[in-house]
Each structure stands twice: as C-alpha cells, then as structure tokens.
Design a protein around this ligand. Structure first.
Ligand code: SDX
Length: 393
C-alpha cells in the first residue's frame, strides 16, 4: 500500500571500478603493490621507496629515489600560521579530527598547488602531503600531551624525523632506536595501499568532483577513523585491555561474540575481501614477537590476542564465516610497545595509507576510466502521492 519496492535481502550493492595500483586475491590471501608481493616489499624495501612505487608505478632508480627523498625533505615544515591551528584544539581531542582539519587547511595555505589539471601542481601537492603529514601527526600528539613542538630535523629520514618530533624534547638530543624506526617503516609499508577500501574510495569520490588533493585526503582521513575501518587498531587494544581488566579469558570473550551479546565483535577479525588470513597480519604477528621481546611490551595482552586467535580459528562460527585476523589485529600491540597512546594508532594507519590514497587520486585524474562515477540507486520509497494540508494529517 505504501508503494515501496522491496530489495531482495541477498542484494549487495557493489560499485566497481578499475585500477592498476594494488591487487588483492581475497580467497588466497594475496596482496601486491604494482605487482610486487607485500612479503617482498615488507622484507626488502622502505616506506619512502614503496610510496614512490605506488605513486609513479615503478621502483625508483637510486637517482630517482634520492631526488624524491630530497624534494620531500625540503617540505617537512608547516606554515607558522598553520601551527597555530593546534592552539585552538582541546587537549583531549582525538588526533584524527585534528589531522583531517590540518590536512584540509593545507588547501588554504598552499593555494599554488590545488589544480588537479596542472601536473606541476599535482606533483607539488603530492610532495607537500608526504612531507607534512608526519609533522602534523607528531604535532597532534604533542598537543595532546601538552609538550612543545619540535621542528623537523632534515638530517633524519621521514620515519626517524617523525619519531623524533613525536617523542623528542627541545631540551635534549633524541636517540633514534634503529630497530624501532625499521619496524615502524615496515608497518607503514603494510598499510600503504589496499585497493578500493572505504577511505580510498572516499578519496576517489571526493576527488572525482575535481576537488583538490589536500581536501580529498582529508575526506579519506575522516572515513579511516571509523572503528570498522582504520579505527579498528585502536578498538582491538581497547578490547584486549577490557578482557585483561575484567579478568575474563579468550574463550569467554569468543562466546560473547558468537552469541552476539551487545553486538560485540572480535575487533581486528574479518574483512570485506579477505576470506583467508590477511597476509599483512601474518607479517605483523612475527614483528610483534620481536618488538615486544625487545621493548618488553605487555606480553599478557599478546598472550590474550594469541589465545583469541587460536580460539576463533578453531570455532565454527568464525570458520564458517571465513573470519581471520586482519591487519589491525596485532599492530596496536606494537604501537603501544613503541610508546604511542592508543588514540594515535589510527593516525599511524593514515600515515601509512597516504601514498596509496595519493596514487588512487592521481590515477583517477590520469585515467578517467578508473573514475568512480556517481553511484546510482534502486529507489525503495513511496510512489507518487499528493500533498496533504497540515489540518488533514
Ligand atoms: C580494515 O577494505 C579494506 O581493505 C580495509 C582494510 C584496509 O587496509 O583498508 O583492510 C583495513 O578496515 C580492516 C578491517 C578492520 N575492521 C575490524 O577489524 C572490525 C571488525 N570486523 C568487522 O566489523 C567486519 O569483519 C568488517 C567490517 C571488516 C567486514 O564486515 P562485513 O564484510 O560486512 O562482514 P561479513 O559480511 O564478512 O560478516 C558476515 C558475518 C556476519 O554475521 P552473520 O550475519 O552471518 O551472523 O560475520 C560476522 C557478521 O556479523 N562478522 C563478525 C566479525 N566480522 C564479521 N562477527 C564477529 N566479529 C567480527 N569481527
């Protein structure tokens, strides 16, 4: 009688598009950036080299890599007026809205690099983002702990500079731990791209209106914050902390999940594409042991995580639904052992995903065939009906 069109419950609306950047085989747990397996890149490359690969499509020669690194190095500073943005945020603000606001504000400060139709401006905004996001991320952290900001030290590489601006103090030299820098570099590689996920699709959709790169990336940061997406790495640690604090155990928690008590999910498990072990999670799990041994992280939380994984991987509820650990399941344990507060975990995800977002935004402008068009819908609302005066409603 209402004229609604009902959708077949099994209908899944999948908008599809093409891209040459990242390949995922969800059934077999395969991930490749521009054809290179993630296992090889994580083991042999660096985050800045993988950023070059994703954005320009090829691994750089030594000369290309040096020039790319040098161009980025020269843009790590923020405009002094932009730094004042941080004064206005409350200290207890989550760093993700701080990050997306400051990134969006780059559109106001760097108006000479906004035109997506001008290759030089696209290149300049690319370099500015790669260089300034770590600085903005570090300042978001410093603001939250009420400590002074450090200017970048361009004698350091991108990751070392970020660690120093995050954990260093003006009053004393900061000792870079090469093992931590290397582990963080590898984690950023693992997060660098993942084809048409929620935040990357957001960057593409915002960019499809010819909005500039800064504002498109800001949209991606907002989408990533969601706990079902990039916010999951924070949610996993909150879940582990809660299990530990409540004194319950992995088996009890898995039972709660299976019974869907209070809608609780096993955070860090499941994936829209992978119906197998997320290859990134396998690599992170190995690193977790090494880093936690070195830094003396909370082994009890690692034990709980491993007990959850073991319980879930042998339980029909998870096996039937092909739910496996995803990239977020173990990363938070490493980030915490490195000294990052839980709220910074998704900021670290955004730092890693930045080159992927940029690569997709550029690909869309270089190859309109990869552009996400305006999504259409199946209308399920009322058929036509006449207006009624308020006295007769
Ligand atoms: C990322 O897309 C990407 O590539 C994302 C990402 C990237 O690199 O960009 O890989 C990063 O976002 C990883 C995902 C991080 N999110 C989480 O870990 C949150 C927990 N995971 C779930 O919310 C869920 O698995 C999703 C959102 C990731 C996927 O959700 P789907 O595809 O809608 O879930 P599904 O269709 O696979 O679910 C089928 C069933 C449902 O139960 P039933 O209706 O059949 O009874 O499995 C259940 C779901 O409720 N389910 C879970 C579960 N995930 C799915 N049950 C308990 N715990 C979970 N984690």
């Amino acid at each position: 009688s209402t004229g609604y069109t009902t959708l077949d419950p099994g209908f899944v609306n999948t908008a599809s598009t093409s891209s040459a950047i990242t390949y995922i085989d969800g059934e077999n747990g395969i991930l490749r950036y521009r054809g290179y397996p993630i296992e090889q890149l994580a083991g042999k490359s660096t985050f800045i080299e993988v950023s070059y690969l994703l954005i320009y499509g090829e691994l750089p020669t030594a000369t290309q890599l040096e020039s790319f690194t040098d161009r980025i190095r020269r843009h790590t500073l923020l405009h002094e007026d932009l730094k004042r943005f941080f004064d206005g945020f409350p200290r207890n603000a989550h760093p993700m809205p701080v990050l997306s606001s400051a990134v969006n504000a780059l559109s106001a400060y760097y108006q000479d690099s906004l035109d997506p139709a001008d290759p030089e401006q696209v290149e300049l905004s690319t370099i500015r983002l790669l260089a300034k996001l770590p600085t903005i991320a570090a300042y978001a952290y410093k603001k939250s702990v009420g400590q002074p900001f450090l200017y970048p030290d361009n004698s350091l590489n991108l990751v070392e500079n970020f660690l120093r601006m995050t954990f260093g103090f003006p009053a004393e030299p900061y000792e870079i731990d090469p093992e931590i820098a290397k582990a963080l570099d590898m984690l950023l590689i693992l997060h660098a791209d993942h084809e048409q996920n929620c935040s990357t699709s957001t960057v593409r959709l915002v960019g499809s209106s010819d909005a500039n790169l800064f504002t498109s990336i800001s949209g991606g940061i907002n989408a990533l914050w969601g706990p079902l997406h990039g916010g999951a790495n924070q949610a996993v640690l909150e879940m582990l902390d809660e299990i530990k604090a409540s004194g319950s155990n992995a088996g009890d928690f898995v039972r709660k999940v299976k019974n869907k008590e209070d809608g609780v999910k096993l955070m860090g498990f499941g994936h829209r594409v992978y119906r197998n072990y997320d290859p990134r999670a396998a690599i992170v799990k190995q690193t977790a042991h090494t880093i936690l041994d070195k830094l003396g992280g909370d082994d009890e939380l690692l034990d709980i995580a491993m007990a959850l994984e073991e319980a879930a991987l042998t339980d029909d509820y998870f096996v039937e639904r092909k739910l496996y650990p995803n990239v977020d399941f173990y990363t938070g344990l490493i980030y915490r052992a490195m000294g990052f507060p839980t709220r910074m975990f998704t900021v670290l995800f955004a730092m890693g995903r930045l080159p992927g977002w940029i690569a997709h935004w550029r690909e869309m402008h270089e190859d309109p065939a990869t552009k996400i068009g305006r999504p259409r819908q199946i209308y399920t609302g009322y058929t036509e009906r006449d207006y009624k005066d308020v006295t007769s409603r």
